[in-house]
Write a protein that binds this ligand. Structure first.
Ligand code: LCV
Length: 256
């Protein structure tokens, strides 16, 4: 069974997560299909991509597939992690990627939405980043993804509380470009995508790549990187990561 649905019309590629049984958790399989779809749309010279859920359920995506997280004592979010590969592919895609969000967005899926170029949601959308619930250390690229978009106090509220930011606040703090009514969301998103198809693809691709390079240019020296890596190791070798992932799998609240 495919884990995503895709469509291509008017030079716009659509990728819809279709794994509702697991609340569109971003498994390696689902991500592999998504990366293949992005490659196909790149070959077709897509002028815009829409990333959405195939369903109309309460959850856009439950984030990283927790069943696939290493159970302990291993970096849970290494550079090679499929979700990290997807974040880089979205940021490198040579046309705008628009997240169309209905329902709640959790963990790494929130990072994915923040990696998209534009985000539109309806009043049911909500956004949570959840390493504090799983007892795991997020990674440097992920922190920078949030810090380059949101005020630090909002970044800290999200990472410390792991609580969802509701639709109206998400618009106020800048997680989304716009919140529109549920019945207008699709036409708003595809209307913006169609606008991109009438503009210079070369100019847009250069703007997107230049903004990516400049926004990611956070100079840190090797000692600082080693220090940050050491902080992360202390957590993923620690007791909380064991407890956080076990609690989820045993369907009980974690005891930190
Ligand atoms: C695997 C799942 C998942 C899931 N993985 O439905 O940001 S970080 O650092 O934490 C990063 C590592 C990350 O992204 O971690 C994942 C963070 N995600 C979350 O914390 C969300 C966990 N899920 C939930 O809180 C609930 O499932 C929500 C609120 C999303 C939906 O609740 P709902 O009551 O609608 P269930 O909880 O009953 O889930 C339905 C099925 O989906 C599985 C879950 O185990 C269940 O499977 P079974 O029916 O086989 O029991 N599922 C949900 N999320 N991230 N599997």
């Amino acid at each position: 069974m495919p884990l995503i649905k895709t469509a291509f019309a008017e030079s716009i590629g659509t990728i819809a997560f279709d794994r509702d049984a697991k609340r569109n958790a971003l498994s390696a399989g689902l991500i592999a299909e998504t990366l293949a779809a992005l490659d196909e749309f790149k070959a077709k010279r897509a002028r815009a991509i829409v990333l959405r859920s195939a369903g109309t359920g309460k959850v856009w995506s439950a984030g990283h597939d927790i069943d696939e997280l290493p159970k302990a004592d291993v970096d849970p979010l290494p550079y090679s992690d499929p979700l990290e590969q997807l974040l880089r592919a979205v940021k490198a895609f040579p046309a705008p990627v628009i997240a169309m969000v209905r329902g709640s967005v959790w963990g790494g899926a929130c990072d994915l939405v923040m990696a998209c170029d534009l985000v539109y949601g309806d009043e049911t959308c909500a956004f949570a980043i959840t390493p504090a619930k799983l007892g795991l250390p997020y990674n440097v690229g992920g922190f920078l993804n949030f810090m380059s978009r949101l005020p630090l106090n909002v970044v800290k509220e999200m990472f410390f509380s792991a609580d969802p930011i509701s639709a109206d606040r998400a618009e106020r703090v800048g997680i989304v470009n716009r919140i529109v009514g549920a019945t207008e969301l699709e036409q708003t998103v595809y209307g913006m995508a169609r606008t991109f198809t009438t503009r210079s693809a070369a100019s847009i691709a250069t703007s997107k790549e230049s903004i990516r390079v400049l926004s990611e240019s956070a100079p840190i020296n090797p000692t600082t990187f080693e220090y940050l890596h050491g902080l992360r190791r202390d957590v993923y070798f620690g007791p909380d990561y064991h407890e956080g992932t076990a609690a989820f799998l045993e369907k009980r609240p974690p005891k930190f």
